[in-house]
Design a protein around this ligand. Structure first.
Ligand code: K1U
Ligand code: ZN
Length: 167
């Protein structure tokens, strides 16, 4: 297993649209394991392959308090959504920044598991938010792009300052 480096916003590679997985081979299974290890170590409650600079449609999520309910979703697709909720979000690619984003309250997501079996999840609350956040990553969208342009400019300035200090 390996910890993978996570891209930082506004890295242009975070804007790439990920390609569907056609073959769930050993390299996809290894990537899923490495992403889970990276997510737990960060720590975070989700991670998309885009964030580790691999542009395939694969996400891992664990929103449980016990960190033992890992979900690995290949080619996830929102097939139904209902209502709205506003939730404070963070992102491992935008460290130290948290802000409120409006999302659907509940979603039904269709995906393939690691054995290639088609499944659906019916999610609400934090899991629904996390699914939408991670699927956005696969489409090249970071949560700050849901915020005003003024906020985005401030966030970029703050991250640039942080990067200067740590360089
Ligand atoms: O995609 C990511 O960068 C992961 C992100 C997922 C997420 C968080 C909150 C709302 C929506 C999506 C994170 O995991 S940020 C870190 C975080 O939320 C967290 C860290 C430690 C314990 C609990 C939560
Ligand atoms: Zn994120």
């Amino acid at each position: 297993m390996a910890l993978l480096p996570i891209l930082r916003f506004p890295d242009p590679r975070l804007k790439k649209v990920a390609a569907p997985v056609h073959n769930i081979d050993a390299s996809i299974k290894r990537l899923a394991r490495d992403m889970a290890e990276t997510m737990y170590e960060a720590p975070g409650i989700g991670l998309a392959a885009t964030q580790v600079d691999v542009h395939v449609r694969l996400i891992v999520i664990d929103t449980s308090e016990t960190h033992d309910q890992l979900l690995t979703l290949i080619n996830p697709e929102i097939v139904e959504s209902q209502g709205t909720q506003v939730c404070e979000e963070g992102c491992l690619s935008v460290p130290g920044i948290y802000d409120k984003v409006e999302r659907a309250e509940s979603v039904v997501v269709r995906y393939l598991d690691l054995e290639g079996v088609e499944r659906t999840i019916d999610a609400d609350g934090l899991l629904a938010v996390c699914l939408q956040h991670e699927i956005d990553h696969l489409d090249g969208k970071v949560f700050v792009e849901h915020l005003s342009l003024l906020k985005q400019t401030r966030i970029k300035a703050k991250l640039a300052k942080q990067a200067k200090i740590t360089a």
